[in-house]
Design a protein around this ligand. Structure first.
Ligand code: NAD
Length: 733
């Protein structure tokens, strides 16, 4: 194993170089941790070594911890997984403390060896926690590098010493955005914030690190918190300034997380309790809270969906085994809201784009949309003038279909109309080469029906983006009846190029995401019609971790779109259509011109600047509140089951083929309670038997739409979970 190598130069400086073979990014696992420790021991024990440089052989330092080790640590202690975790975490702390003390005599603080972290690029998670234990962090001036502790974003927190050290280095208030929001910075900003100590020209990195090591004094290697008289920056919790910070932070975290994210609360507890005690005890407290979080099913589910499975899908877990289908030139038909967004993300990823609309000014407007996004990026210092010119230079806005020649992929985003879509399909295919793939961005029309307009339905597919295209991370790829492997692989390779996360589903009404989100909106509106307080509906949704309540969501997506979808669904379903009560409210709102945010009036009221001012008071007179209001949990169960039962039906129907896609797609596509890890993870947490019982109770009170699907009943009878039943050995590995 050669994840780290060790060399000592003629001046007595040892260099430990991190370079995981066969991987583009360094990631720490248990074996490599042991190897690093053995090299630290060797350097500290060798009288010829004056100090150590810890660096990387790659362009970046490290991307973090291999989160699969969490499972290994749990398993290591048999039936006491918490002990396995705690001891595993403490072993990381011990290694970092060894680095931090550098072999010094703790009493006199003398005789230690300086250890410097030299970061050529990105250092994330444990890739920053280890440097924080070093005596100095020097980073190369690499504006592309990201420095930070993003653990909170996958449902955990920096528990390998990062929390305790950052707070003691910067103060709780200054550390808050980096710990609680996972804020990342480039090296210069990280230096300005006080996270790292020095930024130097990339070619000077190792020379400067060596110079520092050779000149470091005993005092240089004593961390402030190990020195006499240390005071925490910004004040400890019992100091008046500190007191304000902790009370404020607690309220802010609760307001932001609605109390559903265990990691944020645990982090705050670790920070607060740790600030009251000496450093080594604080590390132990951090390890205990970290263990607590890792034992929480929410964190395990978030790690599984947002880290492990999201990455697996991005790397092509469900990609057919065919040759590379990287897209070089894409055609985008329709330069409206969606088409313009698709053109921008493609050009931004280095793909040549032909953006076509019926009239030149419409095509030009689409290109201006891209310009607008780039201008915003420039204002925020994220985009350079050259980059803007480069991206815009890749977009040709035209009305001429002949320009599509040479495109290997075309995505159409013209009006949602079968005839218009058929016309542009034929026009494009007349110009395209025989291997090119044609994709539709339709939200509602069946892919297999649209494919009838194509001369080669095996090269026809759905690539469904979400709005706004530049921000939304999910792309739904939809296979029609005749879609072939090349079209699927091309779509997946395209989504990888534009750095989004794909799910691949089969063709059925509303595909996957919209199929689940529509019942959520409808359940919220149905409750308003029943006399449930609209504020109870909205707050119940947010308190269970939904980013938007159903009424706010329909205001955002527009009420007339809801009306359109309802009418089309009714037409297709005939007498079986179950949502008459919803339509009574929805249609009445539309009739009054309350179309949602776009008309500055909907379930919410808005001021002239378009800012929401609160729920519309007209709702109270149109739908008077019932005398008895339901319990909060009943409202939450109605809102959650409306979505998750649809997800289970999508799996039963074969629309979803992989529960990982169902979970990842739900969180990224419509923000389904991320703390839960997704609909299937949530049902697994409940247990199938309890889920069935809750469904039965909801059916009695609220109707057949809550009928537990046969699959869920079968699982309940057999005591199975979704991840137990549907995860193959290969996926679990
Ligand atoms: P839009 O009305 O903003 O844009 C449609 C564009 O297509 C217009 O610029 C129009 O001029 C152009 N167009 C119409 N006929 C054309 C033709 N024959 N040749 C070339 N261009 C033509 O609509 P949109 O919101 O961007 O939606 C486009 C597609 O994306 C629809 O199929 C819609 O269902 C789907 N979609 C929309 C959303 C959304 O949130 N709006 C989300 C996902 C998918």
């Amino acid at each position: 194993m050669t994840d780290f190598t060790y060399a000592v130069d003629a001046d007595g400086v040892a260099t430990i170089t991190w370079d995981v073979q066969g991987k583009s990014m360094n990631v720490l696992n248990l074996d490599s941790r042991d190897l690093l420790e053995s090299f630290i021991d060797k350097a500290l024990a060798d009288p010829a070594v004056k100090g150590v440089i810890l660096t990387s052989g790659k362009k970046d330092f490290a991307g973090g911890m291999d989160l699969n080790i969490i499972a290994k640590m749990k398993e290591s202690a048999g039936d006491d997984p918490a002990r396995g975790l705690f001891e595993g975490i403490m072993a990381f702390h011990a290694l970092e403390r060894k680095i931090e003390l550098g072999g010094m005599d703790f009493k006199t603080k003398k005789g230690g060896k300086p250890i410097v972290a030299a970061l050529p690029g990105t250092g994330l998670g444990i890739g920053l926690e280890i440097p924080l234990a070093c005596h100095r962090i020097i980073a190369a001036d690499n504006p592309k590098a990201k420095i930070g502790l993003p653990e909170i974003l996958v449902g955990i927190f920096p528990g390998a010493g990062g929390t305790t050290r950052l707070v003691r280095k910067m103060g709780a208030m200054a550390a808050a955005p980096f710990l609680l929001e996972g804020k990342l910075s480039d090296p210069k900003k990280a230096k300005a914030a006080g996270i790292i100590d020095e930024v130097v020209a990339p070619d000077q990195l190792l020379a400067r690190a060596k110079e520092w090591v050779l000149n470091a004094t005993d005092a240089d290697i004593v961390k402030p918190w190990d020195a006499k008289g240390y005071k925490m920056p910004g004040g400890a919790p019992y100091h008046p300034a500190g007191f304000m910070t902790y009370v404020g932070a607690s309220a802010m975290v609760h307001g932001k997380t609605m109390g559903v994210y265990p990691a944020a609360k645990a982090l705050l507890s670790a920070v607060y309790e740790g600030a009251l005690v000496p450093f080594d005890t604080a590390l132990k407290i951090e390890a205990r809270w970290f263990t607590n979080v890792l034992m929480n099913p929410s964190s395990a589910a978030m790690i599984r969906s947002l880290f492990i499975n999201k990455e697996a899908l991005e790397k092509g877990a469900n990609r057919p085994k065919v040759d590379d289908q990287t897209v070089k030139k894409v055609g985008v038909l329709g330069a409206g809201m969606m088409g313009a967004g698709i053109a921008y993300v493609s050009a931004n990823a280095g793909i040549e784009v032909v953006l076509i609309d019926a009239a030149q000014d419409a095509a030009d407007r689409g290109k201006s949309h891209a310009e607008g996004i780039l201008d915003k990026g420039m204002k925020r210092g994220k985009v350079s003038a050259e980059k803007k010119a480069e991206v815009l230079g890749r977009i040709t806005a035209t009305t001429d279909y002949a320009a599509l020649k040479g495109c290997d992929l075309v995505v159409e985003a013209v009006f949602e109309d079968m005839g218009v879509k058929a016309e542009v399909t034929a026009k494009a295919e007349a110009v395209l080469g025989k291997d090119a793939v044609f994709a539709t961005n339709t939200s509602t029309l069946p892919i297999s029906d649209l494919a009838k307009a194509s001369g080669r339905p095996d090269h026809f597919i759905g690539i469904h983006f979400f709005s706004p295209v530049d921000k939304m991370l999910l792309v739904e790829i939809i296979k029609g009846r005749e879609t072939g492997d090349i079209a699927v692989a091309k779509s997946l390779d395209f989504v990888r190029q534009i750095r989004k996360t794909p799910i691949v589903v089969n063709d059925a009404r509303f595909f996957y995401a919209n199929r689940c989100i529509i019942p959520y909106i409808n359940e919220g509106i149905r409750m308003v019609a029943e006399g449930v307080e609209p504020a109870l509906v909205e707050n119940a949704a947010k308190l269970v971790g939904m980013p938007l309540g159903p009424l706010q969501l329909v205001d955002e997506t527009s009420i007339d779109l809801g009306v359109k979808i309802a009418k089309a669904t009714k037409l297709a379903m005939g007498d079986a259509y179950p949502d008459g009560a919803v339509d009574a409210v929805l249609f009445a709102m539309a009739d009054q011109g309350r179309l949602g945010r776009k008309s500055n009036a909907g379930f919410y009221a808005y001021d002239e600047a378009g800012k929401r001012t609160g729920l519309w008071d007209g709702l109270a007179s149109a739908y008077p509140a019932a005398d008895t209001q339901p319990e909060l949990t009943e409202v939450q169960h109605r809102l959650l089951f409306a979505q998750v039962l649809e997800a289970v039906r999508a799996l039963e129907d074969g629309v979803l083929e992989d529960i990982r896609e169902g979970d990842v797609g739900a969180i990224l596509g419509w923000g389904f309670a991320p703390w839960s890890g997704g609909p299937f993870s949530w049902l697994d947490m409940l247990g199938a038997a309890r889920a069935v019982d809750l469904c039965d109770a909801l059916v009695t009170q609220h109707g057949d739409r809550f009928t537990a699907p046969a699959l869920l009943r079968d699982m309940a009878a057999k005591g199975e979970s979704f991840y137990g039943r549907f995860t193959t050995k290969a996926q679990a590995a």
